[in-house]
Design a protein around this ligand. Structure first.
Ligand code: AGP
Length: 612
């Protein structure tokens, strides 16, 4: 939930760290700090964003070719300067940055206090660096060994980087359940939560595995051991990320850029997977499990937030097309409720980041119960794809705005491909229906481009509604998960209260909320339940609710009834979410901009939730 970066080499570390922290700020932005080694150990840290840290260091000595930096999403302790990372050891010779949670910090802290340690913050992280120094001094071992011993004593999740005033030519990094990548340049080394801080310096990276410790020495390079003291040969990989993928490219916000990238990102999710004149689906990552998938008795989809909403679309797809009973679970609930899982069940974990703690823990639980687990993730090399048996990457490219947009449409695209491939094998879909969905799917990128042309119109609607207190989103069938997703988008970036409901459920309660002040976004595209949604609209109108309807291009019935309509091109009903979600993303975006919200970094949120 925090962003961490470290550098050792021939350059000044500070500019590398600051640029890296800006790129990692999507992971948390409650406070920021750096530690620099240059004869002494200097720490600058402050509550607020990385830009505040830059102001704080203006005119100060930031020299040094070894250093670490941190941007925080607070867990233990308020987001103030005192709790900002880096934290130091008792002697103040060691500094640490940390992403994760040390769950047993309380007993460790009590013990260390008894031994004379005094703490300057309320964080769990500070306890760890005190523990490491305590071990180093009392057991008379070197720093690497002290880190190793300490990590055997902690329970929880960590990605840490440590520097020492006395060992200016070394960085120590380690991970467990929080991501960490090591970049290897020409006589210089980088460590970071993801590859974005090192992208312009090197393409050679090593992703650390759980319980591995990387010892990076200026002259000797990278050495990896486990916390059980086994030596590991580093597995060098070539970075696929490009610099333009993580820049705003002329857009005001990453979120807008990512909304506009969807014609391409959906295409990339399909690339090489829908092939030939017969529209054969090839999902390389899950090929060897084809039989298992075809014979699955049940699908269980797990995820959180937007990924959970994509999972709900998956439920409609798998049941409709492949006739496989499907359940969709919040990963956070699944992991704690002793679920019944059979050998013939397939568990599908969906996650943009591939690092969400609840989803990762749910995957581990499902594994212990003998399920076959697939991942649908975006970040290559992240923890969830490594924990699953097989899977398909979404290939949407880096998503930096905290509000997920292109990841959702990419996840739905992969789920559609899976459902079609399985349905065809099982014979639960006719060949003509299969072909018609596959052909339509290949047209979705250009249809998304069409929907994006409504941007100016949606901006006008946003101006009219930006100052309301509440919103309702209603949808039926495939559009029900989209209603949930639209409400989530609005909530998280505009801070306006919004609820998503299945349209027919309105009369069982939410209808009481409707009056002339309540905007209701109704997903009313051409679908099997079109007449029913027309009735729902009438019910809202009768109570003076203000209707913003998402309708199909030729619909003239609803245009008469709604205050505003946003048209989307016709498509196969099962593909509707890929189009109907776009206006909702734009509506939320414009309302948040009009309200002056921080669209890419909304309050209290972080891009990847690596804590419970
Ligand atoms: C969506 O806009 C959110 N910011 C959030 O709900 C997100 O989808 C959720 O935290 C799951 O993340 P993941 O896809 O990286 O696992």
């Amino acid at each position: 939930m925090c962003g961490i970066v470290g550098y050792i080499g021939h350059r000044e570390a500070y500019p590398v760290l600051i640029k890296g922290l800006h790129r990692l700020e999507y992971r948390g932005y409650d406070s920021a700090g750096v530690a620099l080694i240059n004869g002494d150990l200097r720490i600058y840290k402050i509550a607020g964003k990385v830009s505040e840290l830059e102001k704080e260091t203006e005119g100060k000595n930031t020299h040094g070719t070894c250093g670490i930096g941190h941007t925080r999403w607070a867990t233990h302790g308020e987001p103030n300067t005192r709790n900002a990372h880096p934290h130091v050891s008792e002697s103040k010779n060691l500094a640490i940055i940390h992403n994760g949670i040390i769950e047993n910090y309380a007993p460790l802290k009590t013990e260390l206090k008894k031994r004379g340690h005094a703490f300057l913050s309320d964080t769990d992280t500070e306890v760890l660096i005190h523990l490491i120094e305590d071990i180093q001094l009392n057991e008379k071992v070197d720093l690497v060994e002290a880190v190793r011993i300490a990590l055997n004593q902690v329970i929880g999740a960590y990605a840490i980087v440590i520097v020492s005033k006395d060992e200016p030519d070394m960085l120590i990094a380690a991970r467990k359940s929080s991501p960490m990548v090591v970049g290897i340049g020409e006589g210089e080394y980088f460590v970071a939560s993801d590859a974005s801080p090192l992208i312009e310096y090197t393409r050679n990276v090593v992703y650390l595995n759980d319980e591995e410790i990387a010892i990076v020495r200026r002259d000797k390079g990278l050495e990896i051991i486990t916390i059980h003291n086994e030596t590991i040969t580093p597995y060098l990989q070539e970075l696929q990320m490009q610099l333009d993928m993580i820049e705003k490219g002329g857009y005001d916000h990453y979120m807008l850029k990512e909304i506009y990238e969807q014609p391409n990102s959906i295409m990339d999710s399909m690339r090489g997977r829908l092939i030939g004149s017969r529209n054969t689906i090839v999902l390389g990552g899950i090929k060897e499990y084809e039989k298992k998938l075809t014979n699955a008795k049940r699908m269980i989809i797990i995820g959180c937030g937007t990924s959970w909403h994509a999972g709900l679309v998956g439920e409609y797809l798998f049941e409709d097309i492949a006739r496989i009973p499907t359940e969709v679970e919040y990963a956070s609930e699944f992991r704690y409720r002793n679920p019944v899982i059979n050998e013939d069940d397939i568990v599908i974990a969906i996650s943009q980041s591939g690092e969400t703690a609840d989803t990762l823990a749910a995957v581990e639980l499902a594994k212990t119960k003998g399920a076959t687990i697939f991942g649908i993730c975006n970040v290559v090399g992240s923890s969830i794809p490594r924990a699953t048996h097989a899977g398909s990457y979404t290939h949407a490219g880096p998503e930096i705005g905290v509000a997920s947009t292109k990841a959702f449409t990419a996840q739905v695209t992969v789920l559609t491909l899976m459902a079609l491939a399985i349905g065809r094998k099982r014979g639960t879909i006719t060949e003509s229906k299969y072909q018609s969905i596959a052909i339509e799917l290949s047209k979705i990128p250009e249809k998304v481009q069409e929907v994006l042309k409504s941007n100016a119109h949606i901006r006008q609607i946003a101006e009219e509604y930006a100052h309301v207190q509440n919103f309702l989103y209603l949808g039926r069938g495939y559009n029900f998960p989209v209603a949930l997703e639209g409400a989530l988008k609005l909530k998280e970036i505009s801070y306006i209260h919004a609820e998503g409901y299945p349209a027919a459920e309105m009369k069982h309660g939410p209808i009481a909320l409707i009056d002339e002040n309540m905007p209701v976004v109704v997903m009313a595209t051409n679908m099997s339940a079109h007449d029913k949604i027309v009735s729902n609209i009438q019910e809202i109108r009768a109570r003076k609710g203000r209707i913003i309807a998402i309708i199909s291009e030729n619909d003239e019935v609803i245009e008469e009834m709604a205050e505003h309509v946003i048209r989307i091109p016709d498509t196969e009903e099962s593909l509707t979410p890929l189009l109907s979600v776009i206006p909702l993303q734009l509506l939320a975006y414009h309302i948040a901009v009009i309200l002056g919200r921080n669209v890419d970094q909304p309050r209290n949120l972080a891009k990847s939730v690596t804590v419970e």
